[in-house]
Design a protein around this ligand. Structure first.
Ligand code: PGA
Length: 253
């Protein structure tokens, strides 16, 4: 696909909370149209409100937990699901029904040990589940998506990566001093781009420069998030601060 053909739809909200109903509607839509579709969740502060709201919907059976399967983008190396600070632990903390899905085999966790055979087996499991229908994504201040740091080739699958210093700084609050991980297992940019639909969120002024680079800079590894412009089915949800550097195409909320 050429870059000019892939202009993502951008919607701007007053604040992050106002985007939550749109995110839940994305989930409802894939559930309505698929047979137990695979949903790719993201972690980080960007998705806390959505995950909490999803927990309420699942507990109240307004969204049927049996109607979809789940996976996620990345995991710190050596962090099994029960280890605080890890991504599966975070998913379960904000959205406890996802832990029931993990127990039932309906949440496919990113392997935390990073062996090549484990990563291959995980990619194959995702394929057997039909591939990811909708992938939720955050973006780092440095333009990363998942843990694909600047410089990562667009051709990568799941791999073990070394975290950028900016990424480790942003992760500091979730770990004891001196315990911020240096490595993670991450979905690659080719894996992410293989999802049928991408829904990327960015909230807060700290993300404005990365959002501008993603949407208006060069498409390439210097800004991993620019991979969204190689995909024809993308929704970008921003708050006003994160949208500060761009001319938004749609105003909402
Ligand atoms: P955040 O992280 O949601 O905590 O800002 C997003 C990211 O780094 O991808």
């Amino acid at each position: 696909m050429n870059d000019s053909a892939a202009v993502p739809e951008v919607r701007v909200f007053a604040d992050a909370r106002a985007a939550v109903p749109v995110l839940l509607d994305e989930l409802r839509r894939v559930i309505e149209h698929g047979t137990r579709p695979l949903v790719g969740f993201a972690t980080g502060g960007t998705f806390t409100a959505m995950l909490q709201a999803l927990g309420d919907e699942l507990r109240g059976r307004r969204i049927d937990p049996g109607a979809f399967r789940a996976t996620h983008l990345d995991e710190y190396l050596g962090f099994p699901p029960e280890r605080r600070g890890g991504m599966v632990h975070e998913l379960g903390t904000h959205c406890p029904p996802l832990l029931d899905m993990l127990r039932d085999g309906a949440l496919l966790p990113v392997p935390h040990e990073g062996s090549p055979s484990g990563l291959r087996a995980h990619e194959e499991r995702l394929q057997r589940a039909g591939g990811v229908h909708v992938q939720f994504l955050g973006i780092g201040r440095n333009g990363h998506v998942a843990f694909n740091e600047p410089g990562t080739s667009f051709a990568t699958g799941f791999h073990v990566t070394t975290l950028a210093e900016a990424t480790r700084e942003d992760a500091r609050a979730r770990f004891a001093p001196g315990e911020v991980p240096r490595q993670a297992v991450t979905s690659g940019l080719a894996t992410i781009a293989a999802a049928q639909r991408l829904v990327l969120c960015a909230f807060g002024a700290a993300k404005a420069a990365a959002v501008r680079a993603m949407l208006h800079g060069d498409v390439g590894p210097a800004c991993p998030a620019s991979v969204v412009r190689r995909h024809g089915n993308v929704l970008v949800l921003l708050d006003r601060e994160a949208a500060g550097g761009i001319a938004a195409t749609t105003a909402s909320g």
